[in-house]
Design a protein around this ligand. Structure first.
Ligand code: NOJ
Length: 529
């Protein structure tokens, strides 16, 4: 198993730094907070942390609007705090993955300020400037992902600049070789400091149609959806030239041993897998977000696993994500009981799992009152359920007033059940979501079959999903009951084994053969003799 690279056999834990641990009482998490919680993360058993952006930023999009790629925002600490965190994490055997945001900067970045200053400034072409359409108005019909036009007019120079997100997040022009060089230097800056890799923000956005053709209308668009869905993003994203850009990043990273390149890609599977790149020259792990959206039924989940498995190029390594800072939490999507089953799925599938902070406690639906909304998307397109604040609320460490997250006022409200749902209480409760997650992580790490073994889907029965993982002589079977009724699953004739772990109340070591009666909402891991 140890012949496999860490990012293949390991488990990644995503930290949203504003919300993990505050140490200076300003109600916003910081790097020192993450450092003080490293013991928790090693106790939980994860291998790596990915930290959402901590660069200097006006925080219009909470750090995804970067004003300086080679520094730390004072809100989170200093570059020395970052070094300390990195050293401490490495001392504990934890890898650290940075968030890299190359598609756009903040308007506050000096590159953009220079670009804005004059049409003939050498940095003008570092961003995407276009003349108004012949009759006046925006150059094309591209829409911002957060609603509204994707073009903002600059009176002084008479041109529009493009921004796939907020108008304060202008897109960089990756067709300009100087931009590539500057961004490669940024990667080297952090690699030299010792980071173990990058999660690249909206990697599929980096190259756009050089002719800036209009996007076609989406015939499937319906009321109540975000404006971005009115058009199919065929010309504004996923341009074939993006793969050359990613291969360029890979070259930079490959000059350092043992680093990983993860790409954020929201595309259908057949497009997603192209991000492994020709001859695997692309992202090591193009994030696979399908579990975030699938209808929670055994057949649907089975279909997507099979399709994904079949689509990955030879030598490409799969990965799975169950939650992140942009999508409703898993317990909010499928309910608390099924979230336990979902976590078992995440941690037993073939491919690197990414676990989102707080999901190990089963944090669920959170209502954010209007006056506390922070997310710019919710502010731009209110009431459509697009807001991302609910999945970004503070980590719940203990039963104190602010859950041990801060001595001040948390920047977002805590979930209403934080007094009963927190790390301290769940550590003491053998049946808690936290202890289940920890046991699953330990099981995955101790089992070659689960961490790096082969995968085969077994017969679907009712709303039960079952699969087998194998490595050499080791054979493990996972059965997941995706419904709320008791159901039986007929085991393959040659399976005789015992329960290693259940999401329910079943005792470990229970012998199984023939047929297994699953409790409602239960998942089990079985070791075959
Ligand atoms: C994807 C990030 O995950 C999201 O949080 C952000 O708003 C957009 N990219 C823009 O950077």
């Amino acid at each position: 198993m140890h012949n496999h690279l860490w990012w293949k056999r390991g488990i990644i834990y995503q930290i949203y730094p504003r919300s993990f641990q505050d140490t200076n009482g300003d109600g916003i998490g910081d790097l020192e907070g993450i450092r003080r919680r490293l013991d928790y993360l090693t106790w939980l058993g994860v291998d790596a942390i990915w930290i959402s952006p901590v660069y200097p930023s006006p925080m219009a999009d909470f750090g995804y609007d970067v004003a300086d790629y080679c520094n730390i925002d004072p809100l989170f600490g200093s570059i020395d705090d970052f070094r300390l965190l990195l050293d401490d994490a490495h001392g504990r055997g934890l890898k650290v993955v940075m968030d890299f945001v190359p598609n756009h900067t903040s308007i506050a970045h000096e590159w953009f300020q220079q670009s804005l200053s004059a049409k003939d400034h050498p940095k003008r072409d570092w961003y995407i400037w276009r003349d108004p359409a012949p009759g006046g108005g925006v150059p094309n019909n591209w829409v911002s992902s957060f609603g509204g036009p994707a073009w903002t007019f600059d009176e002084a120079t008479g041109q529009y600049y493009y921004h796939a997100f907020l108008s304060s997040q202008p897109d960089l022009n990756w067709r300009n070789p100087d931009v590539c060089c500057a961004m490669h230097d940024v990667l080297r800056f952090w690699l030299d400091l010792g980071v173990d890799g990058f999660r690249v923000d909206v990697i599929w956005h980096l190259m756009k149609d050089p002719d800036f053709r209009d996007n076609p209308v989406n015939p499937g668009y319906g009321e109540g959806r975000g404006e971005i869905e009115k058009f199919l993003q065929v010309h504004s994203t996923d341009h074939p030239d993006v793969h050359g850009v990613i291969a360029g990043m890979r070259k930079v990273i490959d000059a350092y041993p043992d680093r990983v390149l993860i790409g954020e890609v929201y595309l259908p599977v057949e497009r997603l897998v192209t991000y492994y790149g020709q001859d695997l020259s692309g992202a090591h792990l193009p994030f696979n977000f399908q579990l975030l959206e699938v209808a929670w039924q055994a057949q649907r989940v089975a279909d997507l696993i099979v399709e994904y498995d079949r689509s990955i190029p030879d030598g490409g390594w799969p990965n799975w994500v169950l939650g992140n800072h942009d999508r409703p939490r898993v317990a909010a999507r499928i309910g608390e009981k099924q979230a336990r089953v979902g976590t078992m799925l995440l941690l037993t599938l073939r491919g690197t799992p990414t676990l989102y902070y707080g999901d190990e406690l089963g944090i669920g639906k959170i209502h954010i009152p209007d006056h506390l909304v922070h997310d710019p998307w919710e502010k731009n397109e209110p009431g459509l359920g697009l807001g991302r604040d609910p999945e970004r609320t503070p980590m719940q460490w203990d039963a104190s007033e602010a859950a041990g997250f801060t001595t001040g006022t948390p920047w977002l409200p805590l979930s209403s059940d934080h007094l009963s749902r927190n790390v301290v209480l769940q550590r003491e409760d053998a049946a808690s979501m936290l202890n289940l997650t920890r046991a699953l992580i330990a099981l995955r790490r101790s089992s070659a079959a689960l961490s790096v073994g082969t995968f085969a889907l077994l017969k679907l029965q009712g709303d039960m999903l079952a699969f087998e993982r194998r490595y050499s002589e080791e054979r493990v079977i996972v059965v997941l009951n995706l419904c709320h009724n008791e159901e039986c699953w007929d085991m393959p004739a040659d399976v005789v084994g015992k329960i290693l772990l259940s999401t329910g109340l079943r005792a470990p070591d229970e012998p199984v053969s023939g047929s297994i009666c699953m409790q409602p909402d239960e998942g089990v891991v079985i070791r075959c003799h």
